[in-house]
Design a protein around this ligand. Structure first.
Ligand code: ZN
Ligand code: ZN
Length: 515
């Protein structure tokens, strides 16, 4: 007996429409199923259990329609209700659906918390019930694998995805089998084992579970683009397009657009790149799109802007990039993706150099370094130290370039900006580990250091202007410029202020700060 059959016998006789809604859900007819569920919900002769069961299908549908925020809200309600009724299985289902949706919008630590709860509950269910729990376990294990993968623990993720596949393979549940195979493929991409990635993703495609076929198709497009085989990538993109037309869900449409932009960007024709830019701009600012798609779109945009900047020499293009960089910073900080956050500040530093804003460049470099240090990314911290000393050495060159009005291409070369964008792009696939210290517990008024973006735990330096610095950053700034980044007042009043502007001009002007 499958989980679903079990569930039916658990509930007893269901209204006929409910069975129909379930069948439609399994066939990927999400919109039709949703219509039925909306009607069912309004019926007033339902038992409490029937209502729960209807709501679970609804949450599942919302998830499949890509409405992740609504999924989270609905699953939360189901959880509360099922707790009241002592319905452990429904509680478990609500937790896992919610955890998965939270993961999809990048709320990793919340997702992790719920998965831990689900695991505890799962133990209880296994102790008290004799039903086959393989499908539920496979789903739970797969979400865990996702979380590991996001933390940069790719080998562990692979291990859990393989376990999810083992649990699913004999259940006949195509959705579960296909998803775990696709995720195994994704892990292999991260490990740069493209051939194994292709084998896994193709197996998933062969299962032909159309409602979720977009994922293995996307994996194959990614792999072939990485291998430089655009022709093969387009074969799978065509298939994706046909399914998009058939299903017309938000998830299908967003994914189709993201891959359309990716393939257009790889074209040598300017008009294709303009099209790619337009699509990426929409995706980058759309808060309903998954964070992975959004980060990808922003990185692609930076790439495209840089090509344009090199060709046209228009400094306005840098201003055009700024809002997207801000979006990337907000996204990375909100989701605690500190490696991406640090890399993005490094990118900002380099963009400031393009307009000869040496002071800003140095501040962003300091910030990138402090973030990398604070969150344990030593390798990156070292790289930034090198960037800093190379900038100091090149100060004269930048001054000269400024006087000469050097072309952008030359400035871009000196900053090695393209390499920087590549770095962020790589970090997107192997996302960072975050320290437990920084894990979001629900603090109402968390104090965040202006520089390293970490929580200020013990000693705090608060400037007159209310800017907050952690002890470590306050000390570093005292040694560097001794000025508050917001108001330029000295941090240590017993020491002189060294503002970067003057330093670059060749002379140090002391005590510029107001006393
Ligand atoms: Zn700090
Ligand atoms: Zn201040």
């Amino acid at each position: 007996m499958t989980d679903e059959q079990e569930r039916q016998s658990e509930i007893g006789s269901l209204p006929k429409e409910l069975t129909q809604a379930k069948i439609l859900l399994e066939q990927g007819e999400f919109k039709k199923s949703f219509q039925i569920v909306l009607k069912l919900e309004k019926m007033d002769n339902l038992s409490a259990q029937e209502l729960l069961s209807i709501k679970l299908i609804k949450a599942n549908l919302l998830y499949n329609l890509g409405e992740f925020l609504d999924t989270i809200k609905n699953a939360e309600e189901i959880y509360q209700e099922s707790q009241k009724q002592g319905d452990l299985l429904s509680s478990f289902d609500a937790l896992t659906i919610q955890a998965h949706a939270l993961f999809m919008v990048g709320k990793i630590s919340q997702s992790e918390d719920l998965i831990k709860q689900a695991e505890d509950l799962f133990k209880k269910i296994k102790e008290t019930s004799t039903i086959d729990t393989k499908e539920r376990e496979s789903f739970m294990v797969r979400i865990k694998a996702n979380i590991y993968s996001l933390k940069g623990e790719v080998h562990r993720s692979l291990e859990f995805n393989k376990r999810a596949f083992e649990l699913a393979k004999n259940t006949g549940n195509k959705e579960l089998i296909s998803a775990s195979l696709n995720n195994i493929g994704n892990d292999f991409i991260r490990l740069k084992d493209y051939d194994k990635a292709i084998i896994s993703a193709k197996e998933a495609v062969k299962l032909n579970y159309e409602p979720l076929l977009l994922y293995p198709l996307g994996t194959l497009i990614d792999v072939y683009v990485l291998k430089g085989d655009i022709k093969e990538a387009k074969v799978y993109f065509k298939h994706l397009g046909e399914l998009k037309e058939k299903f017309d869900t938000k998830t299908y449409n967003d994914m189709y657009n993201a891959y359309d932009a990716l393939l257009l960007k790889s074209s040598l024709r300017a008009r294709d790149r303009i099209k790619s830019e337009e699509i990426n701009k929409k995706l980058a600012l759309d808060k309903t799109v998954t964070y992975e798609v959004r980060i990808g779109a922003i990185i692609s945009l930076c790439d495209l802007f840089l090509i344009e900047l090199r060709l046209t020499n228009y400094p306005e293009i840098i201003d055009e990039i700024q809002p997207y960089i801000q979006e990337l910073l907000d996204l990375a900080e909100g989701q605690h993706l500190y490696l991406i956050l640090a890399e993005t500040y490094l990118l900002r530093a380099k963009l400031s150099l393009l307009t000869f804003d040496i002071k800003k460049a140095k501040r962003f470099l300091t910030q990138a370094q402090k973030i990398a240090e604070r969150f344990g990314h030593t390798e990156l911290a070292e790289r930034i130290t090198n960037e800093q000393s190379s900038l100091l050495k090149k100060s004269n060159i930048w001054e000269k370039l400024k006087e000469m009005g050097a072309p952008m291409a030359e400035r871009i070369k000196l900053t090695r900006l393209s390499e920087q964008i590549e770095e962020i792009s790589e970090k997107r696939t192997v996302l960072p580990a975050f320290l437990t210290e920084e894990k979001v517990t629900i603090h109402k008024e968390k104090k965040i250091c202006l520089v390293c973006r970490g929580e200020v735990l013990r000693f705090t330096y608060i400037c007159e202007c209310d800017a907050i610095y952690c002890e470590n950053c306050a000390r570093a700034l005292t040694d560097l410029e001794n000025a508050c980044w917001v108001c330029d007042n000295p941090i240590d009043y017993s020491k002189p202020v060294k503002l970067y502007k003057e330093e670059v001009g060749g002379k140090n002007v002391d005590n510029k700060g107001k006393k």
